[in-house]
Design a protein around this ligand. Structure first.
Ligand SMILES: [Zn+2]
Length: 590
C-alpha cells in the first residue's frame, strides 16, 4: 500500500532495524550522532535507498563501512526532503552521521523555566504523524515496521527514557543510557525524553516517571494502572510489550497522551487529584493493541488506530468503573462527534472514516471523526452481532494482524471472514460501508444514553430562576464527567450575570481541573466574563495541550475580547507550545 506521506520505497529496499547513537546537547538544543539502518532487499536490482528527512544536517553517509554517494532532494511541503543513498544489491547496512536543527519539529527543547521543577532544561520528541523524520533519517511511514536499539549520551544528572525496553529506574552516574525495542514498530513510535526525572513503581509491570516535584501527585493519580492492564488483557489478549509505564511530561506536551510503546507520554493536565481523568491512561494503554500491535498502514487509515482505541478504552473503563461510568464517556464522545461533523460539514470528505489526505499534512486530517465515528461504528457492529461474538472477533483480529500495518480493506476482509460469515450475515447487512466511505453521521448511528447524565439534566431543569443561587448539595458526588455535562449544557450566550451566579456557586474560575477549566474559559471568553480572565491567560500560557488551546483561542476571537487580545496572549505563550500545537494555532490566531 503506497504511503503518500513518505518518500520511502520499502517494496524495493526496506529498513528492518535502526541503531541510534546520539548525544544530547542542551546548550545548543541539538541531538547529534549516527543512525545505522539494516536493509532488506525486496528488489535485487534496486540501487537507491530512499529515506525521509526533514530539517536535518547530514554530515556523512557510509554503506557497509565505506563512504557512498547521497543527495537530499528539494523540500516537499509537509514532507521534508527525500534522501537518496546509493547502495548495491548486497549492501547490508547504511550509517548516517547527522544532527538535528532548530527546524526539527519533533523535538521540543524546554528551558528550565518551562518545566515543573524549574531547575533543569528538558526535551521530548513527538513523532506522530510524520515528524520522526525531523530527528532520525528513516523510512517514516507507518507501513514500515522496524525494531531499534539506542545509545543516548546526556550530561550527568539527567535521565533519558525511550519507547523501548531498558528504561532506567535511577539516574545513571555517567549520563549514558541504552535501550532496545525488539518488536518491529512503526517509526512514529520511536520516542525520547531527557530531563530531571524520577521513577516510582507500582509493581513489577507498571510505574510512573515524572519530574521529582510532580512524582507524588502522579503516583497517586495512576494507582489503577495495573488493574487497567489486567482488564485489558482479560478483554483482548496478552500485553506483549513487557513493562507499561507512564511518563508525565511538562505542560507544553501538545497531546493528552502519546502511546509510545512501553512508556506512554502524558500531559500533566490529567492530574486532577481525584483520578477522574485516568480514562486517558486506559486509552494510551489500549493503543498497545490497536495502534502499536496492529497499526494503520497509511494515515488515510488513521481511524483503525483511534476508533478501535476509543472503543477499547471505554471497555477498560467499563470493566473498572462499571457501565454507568463508561456510558458517560460515550455520551460526551457523541457530543464531540456531532459537533465536529457540524463544524467540518456533513458532506465534507474529512468526515468519512477512510480519509484522503493526499497533499495535506496528515495531522490536519486528525480530528474527532477517527476517534468517535470509529468508536460508534464498532459499537454499531457489536449491537448487531452481540458482545460475545464481537469480543471473540476482536481477540482474533489482534492476533491475525499482530505486528502488522494494515489498511481499512484488511480490516473489512477480517470482518467478513471472521465475523460476518460465521454469523451468517454480510458486510452489506452490517452496513459498514456507509460509515467508512460516506461523509457525515450514518443513519444507523444510535444515540447513546447515560443514567448519570439524566440526573444532571434533571438538576439543570429544576433550576428555573436566573437570580437564585444554585443548590450545591446535589453536586457533591459529581465526577469531572458530570461537570462537563453540566457546563456543556450552558448556552454560549449565557451572559455575565448568569456566569457570576455559577461562579459564586461552584467556583469554576478557580478550578484546577484542566477539563473543567477549558470549558469554563471558553464560556468566559464568549461572554467577556472578566473574573475568569487572569486565570484563563495563565492557563493558555502554561498549557500546551492543543485540545484545550484551540477552542479557547477561537472563543476569545469570537467574543468581546477579540483577535487583538488573542494575539497578545499567543505572542507570549507560543514559545511554550510544541510544533504540533503552533501548526494548528498559527492558522487560528492570525
Ligand atoms: Zn489515541
Amino acid at each position: 500500500m503506497a504511503d503518500l506521506h513518505s518518500a520511502a520505497k520499502p517494496d524495493q529496499i526496506a529498513v528492518t532495524h535502526l541503531s541510534l547513537n546520539l548525544g544530547v546537547d542542551f546548550e545548543h538544543s541539538i541531538l547529534a550522532g549516527t543512525v545505522t539502518l539494516q536493509l532488506k532487499h525486496n528488489d535485487p536490482t534496486a540501487d537507491t535507498l530512499w529515506l525521509d528527512t526533514k530539517a536535518l544536517e547530514i554530515e556523512a553517509v557510509e554503506a557497509d563501512g565505506k563512504p557512498t554517494k547521497w543527495s537530499l532532494l528539494p523540500d516537499v511541503p509537509h514532507h521534508g526532503q527525500p534522501m537518496a543513498i546509493v547502495v548495491t544489491g548486497e549492501t547490508d547496512s547504511v550509517k548516517i552521521t547527522y544532527r538535528t536543527t532548530k527546524g526539527s519539529e519533533a523535538v521540543q527543547w524546554l528551558t528550565a523555566e518551562q518545566t515543573a521543577g524549574k531547575t533543569h532544561p528538558f526535551l521530548f520528541t513527538q513523532g506522530e504523524a510524520i515528524l520522526t523524520r525531523s530527528w532520525i533519517p528513516c523510512q517514516d511511514s507507518p507501513g514500515v515496521r522496524i525494531s531499534y536499539d539506542a545509545n543516548i549520551q546526556t550530561t550527568p544528572g539527567y535521565m533519558a527514557l525511550m519507547s523501548a525496553h531498558g528504561n532506567p529506574t535511577a539516574v545513571s552516574a555517567d549520563g549514558h543510557y541504552q535501550f532496545r525495542m525488539p518488536l518491529a514498530v512503526a517509526p512514529y513510535l520511536i520516542a525520547l525524553s531527557v530531563g530531571q526525572l524520577a521513577f516510582r513503581p507500582y509493581d513489577e509491570v507498571t510505574g510512573v516517571y515524572a519530574e521529582p516535584n510532580v512524582l507524588d501527585k502522579a503516583f497517586a493519580e495512576f494507582g489503577q494502572m495495573r488493574k487497567m492492564v489486567n482488564a485489558a488483557e482479560q478483554l483482548y489478549g496478552p500485553y506483549i510489550w513487557g513493562r507499561y509505564d507512564v511518563l508525565v511530561l511538562p505542560a507544553s506536551f501538545p497531546f493528552g497522551g502519546m502511546e509510545n510503546p512501553c512508556l506512554t507520554f502524558a500531559t500533566p493536565t490529567i492530574l486532577a487529584g481525584d483520578q477522574s481523568l485516568v480514562s486517558l491512561v486506559a486509552h494510551e494503554l489500549a493503543h498497545s493493541w490497536s495502534g502499536n500491535t496492529v497499526t494503520n498502514a497509511t494515515w488515510d487509515d488513521f481511524w483503525l488506530n483511534e476508533g478501535f482505541t476509543v472503543y477499547f478504552e471505554r471497555r477498560i473503563m467499563e470493566a473498572i468503573e462499571g457501565k454507568d461510568y463508561a456510558d458517560m464517556l460515550a455520551v460526551l464522545g457523541y457530543q464531540d462527534l456531532v459537533e465536529t461533523v457540524q463544524e467540518i460539514g456533513p458532506e465534507h470528505p474529512n468526515t468519512c472514516l477512510h480519509l484522503d489526505l493526499k497533499g495535506v499534512n496528515p495531522d490536519d486530517g486528525m480530528n474527532d471523526i477517527a476517534y468517535e465515528k470509529g468508536y460508534f461504528l464498532l459499537r454499531h457492529i457489536e449491537d448487531q452481532v452481540g458482545r460475545k461474538a464481537w469480543d471473540a472477533f476482536l481477540r482474533a483480529y489482534f492476533k491475525r494482524y499482530a505486528l502488522q500495518s494494515i489498511t481499512t480493506e484488511d480490516f473489512l476482509k477480517a470482518l467478513d471472514e471472521d465475523l460476518a460469515k460465521p454469523q451468517g450475515t454480510t458486510l452489506a447487512a452490517l452496513g459498514v460501508d456507509a460509515w467508512i466511505y460516506k461523509p457525515g453521521l450514518p443513519s444507523t448511528l444510535t444515540k447513546p444514553m447515560a443514567k448519570r447524565f439524566d440526573a444532571v439534566d434533571a438538576y439543570i431543569a429544576k433550576h428555573t430562576s436566573a437570580t437564585v443561587a444554585w443548590d450545591t448539595t446535589a453536586t457533591t458526588s459529581w465526577s469531572t464527567h458530570e461537570w462537563l455535562r453540566f457546563l456543556r449544557a450552558q448556552s454560549d450566550s449565557l451572559g455575565v450575570p448568569a456566569m457570576t451566579l455559577l461562579d459564586q456557586s461552584f467556583g469554576f474560575s478557580s478550578s484546577t481541573n484542566a477539563e473543567i477549566e477549558a470549558v469554563w474559559y471558553r464560556l468566559a471568553a464568549l461572554n467577556g466574563y472578566e473574573p475568569a480572565k487572569a486565570n484563563m491567560v495563565n492557563f493558555l500560557v502554561h498549557t500546551g495541550r492543543r485540545k484545550f488551546l484551540t477552542p479557547t483561542y477561537k472563543a476569545i476571537i469570537k467574543g468581546p475580547w477579540g483577535m487583538a487580545f488573542a494575539r497578545e496572549i499567543y505572542g507570549n505563550a507560543r514559545p511554550n507550545y510544541h510544533f504540533v500545537a503552533t501548526n494548528t494555532l498559527d492558522a487560528v490566531v492570525k
